[in-house]
Write a protein that binds this ligand. Structure first.
Ligand code: SAM
Ligand code: GLN
Length: 281
C-alpha cells in the first residue's frame, strides 16, 4: 500500500465516524506517525510504500479510532501551544481554550514574576508553558494524581522546564512559606449531569477525576481555590481560572465577595464565557 492508497484507506474506513475536516488532520497525523514524513513530505512522497508492519499498525489505530479512542491517546501525544506534549489516559488532553487562558496571562502580565502556582496540572501543559514565558519564575504544579504527575514530569524534562511538582489534594494542601505572584487553575468543572450529552471520546476515555464535579456543588474547586489564593497570593497577585461557560459569572461573584478586585470574565474563541481573572488587593 502506498501513501496515497493509505490516505484513501483511512478516509474510507473512518468516513462514518469523523467529519471531513477532522479526517484531514487524522490522516496527516496517522501517516506522519507511520512514516515519519510531515504533510508536505507526504504529498511529495505519495507513491512511497508503507511496510506490512506499518499497514498493520495503521489498521489497529483505525480500529481504536472507530471505538472512539481519541487520536491523542492512540499516538501518545497532543499539540499544545506549538509544542508536543506526551499524554496518556491518566491526563486530560490539553484543550485550545487552555491555550487561550495562557495567552491572557501572557498579555496581562507585564511585571517580572517570581512564584507561579498551577493547581491541577495534569499533563503539566500550563505550568510548562508559563515556565517558558516567565523565564526567571519558579513554577510550582500540584496534582492529586501520581500517575498524572508522572506524565507532567516527563513533559517537563522533554521541554527542559524546571517545575516544582507537588503531589497533593488541593482541599488539604497548605503552602508553608511561599507567596505567589500568579495562581492559575483549570480544575474539574463538568457537572455529573452533563455526562449524557458528552462525546464518547471524552466520557469513555478521559480521566473522570480531571473532568467531573458533583451536581450539588459544581463550584467546589473555585470556592476552595479562591479562598486558598486570598491566603497565598501576594498583594497585587493574580488568580486565573478556566471555567465552565455556565458558571463564569458565579465564579466572578464569589471572587469579588472574597476580596478580589478588577475581576473580569473572558470569552473563548467560540464566544463562550470561559475564563475569569482577579487581582488580590
Ligand atoms: N491543567 C491541565 C490542563 O489544563 O489540561 C489539566 C486540567 S484537568 C481539567 C484537572 C486536573 O486536576 C486533573 O489533572 C486532576 O487530576 C486534578 N485534580 C482533580 N482533583 C484534584 C484535587 N483534589 N487536588 C489536586 N488536583 C486535582
Ligand atoms: N473543557 C473540558 C471539556 O469540555 C473540561 C475540562 C475541565 O473540566 N476543566 O471536556
Amino acid at each position: 500500500m502506498n501513501i496515497k492508497q493509505a490516505q484513501k484507506y483511512v478516509t474510507t474506513e473512518l468516513a462514518d465516524v469523523y467529519s471531513n475536516s477532522e479526517l484531514i488532520s487524522i490522516k496527516r497525523e496517522l501517516l506522519e506517525y507511520a512514516t515519519g514524513l510531515n504533510s508536505a513530505q507526504q504529498i511529495l512522497a505519495d507513491a512511497d510504500y508503507l511496510t506490512p508492519e506499518q499497514v498493520e499498525k495503521l489498521a489497529e489505530q483505525i480500529n481504536q479510532l472507530k471505538a472512539g479512542e481519541p487520536l491523542q491517546y492512540i499516538l501518545g501525544q497532543a499539540y499544545f501551544y506549538d509544542r508536543i506534549f506526551k499524554v496518556n489516559k491518566n491526563v486530560l488532553i490539553p484543550r485550545p481554550e487552555t491555550e487561550e487562558l495562557i495567552e491572557w496571562i501572557k498579555e496581562d502580565s507585564l511585571n517580572a514574576k517570581k512564584n507561579i502556582l498551577d493547581i491541577g496540572t495534569g499533563s503539566g501543559c500550563i505550568a510548562i508553558i508559563l515556565n517558558k514565558i516567565f523565564h526567571g519564575a519558579t513554577v510550582y504544579a500540584i496534582d492529586v494524581s501520581a500517575d498524572a504527575l508522572q506524565v507532567a514530569q516527563d513533559n517537563a524534562k522533554e521541554h527542559d522546564a524546571k517545575i516544582e511538582f507537588i503531589q497533593a489534594d488541593i482541599f488539604s494542601y497548605t503552602s508553608p512559606e511561599i507567596q505567589f505572584d500568579i495562581i492559575v487553575s483549570n480544575p474539574p468543572y463538568v457537572p455529573e449531569s452533563e455526562k449524557e450529552e458528552m462525546q464518547t471520546q471524552v466520557l469513555h476515555f478521559e480521566p473522570h477525576i480531571a473532568l467531573f464535579v458533583p451536581n450539588h456543588n459544581p463550584l467546589k474547586f473555585y470556592t476552595h481555590i479562591t479562598n486558598f489564593a486570598i491566603q497565598y497570593l501576594k498583594a497585587g497577585g493574580e488568580l486565573y481560572f478556566e471555567t465552565h461557560y455556565l458558571y463564569a459569572s458565579e465564579v466572578k461573584k464569589y471572587m469579588e465577595q472574597a476580596g478580589f478586585v478588577k475581576v473580569e470574565i473572558k470569552k473563548d474563541l467560540s464566544g463562550k464565557d470561559r475564563m475569569v481573572k482577579g487581582i488580590k488587593k
